[in-house]
Design a protein around this ligand. Structure first.
Ligand SMILES: Cc1cc2nc3c(=O)[nH]c(=O)nc-3n(C[C@H](O)[C@H](O)[C@H](O)COP(=O)(O)OP(=O)(O)OC[C@H]3O[C@@H](n4cnc5c(N)ncnc54)[C@H](O)[C@@H]3O)c2cc1C
Length: 417
């Protein structure tokens, strides 16, 4: 069993200061400590895992169209599986598998592309026959329109709160200190290098600041004189009252054509999706400190319910027990924004998760560690915030493009000529 969580500390002078106690900040703290970095503190404005990460559905999908993203999530999933064995703290990863359905020939080609990628990365996947789909997902009905079903048996989901708690406990065991209820209000840059951060409880000298503040990351970057196209986009899902036949061991389900995902949350249905017309915030409007309000949009949630109930008729009669919503961040090119900023010595970003911040937290944090190693791979270099510095882009375009990444989250390959 894990040790008791030690008493939280106050902000202090530290070589490395991580801002943000969500999935990304916690993962970065843990992996930097594992890398042998000393003198690390994590500062969190509220409690740990109380913002975007607390709202996540927890899907860990390894079957993806691109090799890099598939590898990243495979590495992450292996860490989630073995974290308790290695550290004593569980992330509550449930390896229930995942099914992705195609309803058209275009979508079948997408599944084939994912299967091809899986054969490159070594991820086990297989196409299911209609009978196998019925066995694996008995609560799905009216599957006559399903043209193909791709099964990824080692996929699963985890509880985001367990993920963050486990990272933080393990990081503390390695000497990281954590100050919650400590908002960073300024980042002091002198002679082109970070010198200190100010908090409501006083200022701390630091040589390296890592901004891992989710949708507040662009506002914090601005404190250091940097403009970045990190665009918060609203995302939401609901959990029903109990529905017969549903349970937490059912596989994760994705039906890209109707833009929905679902899984069992104990004996309830968790269902969300990606709208064709998203709602985003201009990064210039995000302030330090500020709250980003998110309320359920019943039209949007009703649309997801309508799409899924075509396959789960029982959903139509089920009451909604809870809704979850928040502002995951998207970048205009759909890629993470990770690594040091050349223009400000001692400043680095771990942001722009493009809705992979829970599933990919371990991979993204490992990219960050590699980016600070002095010899990162070309791929990790390509994620650098430097690609947006100096600013040759407009906020209007960046916002439109980042929102489009959200709206096309479930990619469809171009129809064959
Ligand atoms: C409804 C929903 C469902 C999702 N489902 C999934 C999923 O199934 N799988 C998946 O991989 N991803 C999912 N995501 C996306 C995922 O939640 C995010 O990518 C991830 O949580 C981002 O983590 P983060 O640590 O960057 O941000 P956050 O969790 O928002 O953490 C940032 C932290 O920074 C702190 N902070 C801000 N300003 C300051 C300051 N000035 N000083 C100190 N601290 C500060 C905040 O208080 C906050 O705790 C979902 C998101 C939503 C909203």
């Amino acid at each position: 069993m894990g040790r008791r969580w030690p008493v939280l500390s106050s902000p202090r002078d530290a070589e490395i200061t991580i801002i943000g106690g969500g999935a990304i900040g916690a993962a970065v703290a843990f992996f930097l400590a594992c890398d042998g970095r000393q003198d690390i503190q994590l500062l969190e404005r509220h409690g740990l895992c109380e913002a975007t990460s607390s709202q996540a559905a927890g899907f860990v999908g390894q079957a993806r169209p691109t090799v890099e993203r598939a590898r990243l999530t495979m590495v992450a999933a292996e860490i989630y599986r073995t974290f308790e064995r290695d550290t004593g703290y569980t992330m509550d990863y449930k390896e229930c598998g995942a099914v992705r359905l195609a309803l058209s020939e275009t979508s079948v080609r997408e599944l084939q592309q994912i299967a091809d990628t899986a054969s490159v990365t070594g991820l086990p996947v297989e196409f299911l026959s209609p009978a196998q789909l019925r066995d694996i997902y008995p609560v799905l009905e009216r599957t006559g329109s399903v043209k193909a079903a791709l099964w990824s048996p080692t996929d699963g989901y985890l509880q985001p709160n367990s993920l963050v708690t486990a990272y933080v406990r393990a990081a503390k065991d390695l000497g990281v200190t954590v100050a919650t209820h400590t908002a960073v209000t300024d980042i002091e840059v002198v002679g082109g290098a970070v010198r200190s951060v100010s908090t409501e409880g006083g200022s701390c000298r630091t040589e390296q600041v890592i901004i891992a503040a989710g949708p507040w990351s662009p506002a914090l970057a601005r404190l250091a004189g940097l403009e970045l196209p990190i665009v918060p986009v609203l995302h939401e899902y609901f959990v029903t009252e109990p529905v017969a036949g549903w349970h937490g061991n059912l596989p994760c389900l994705r039906i890209p054509e109707v833009q929905v995902y679902a899984r069992g949350e104990s004996n309830r249905v968790l269902c969300g999706g990606f709208e064709n017309h998203g709602t985003s915030v201009d990064p210039r409007e995000v302030r330090v400190p500020s709250e980003l309000a998110a309320r359920p949009d019943w039209d949007v949630l009703g649309g997801f319910a309508g799409s899924l109930s075509a396959f789960v008729p029982a959903l139509a009669g089920a009451g909604i027990a809870a809704t979850f919503q928040g502002w995951p961040t998207f970048s205009p090119d759909g890629r993470f924004i990770v690594g040091p900023v050349s223009a400000v010595r001692g400043l680095a970003l771990a942001a722009g998760c493009n809705a992979h911040g829970v599933s990919g937290s371990a991979g993204l944090a490992l990219h960050l560690v590699e980016s600070l190693s002095g010899d990162p791979s070309p791929y990790v270099r390509s994620l650098s915030p430097d690609r947006f510095v100096p600013r040759t882009w407009s906020f209007e375009d960046a916002r439109r493009e980042a929102q489009a990444v959200y709206e096309t989250y479930y990619p469809m390959p171009a129809a064959a000529a």
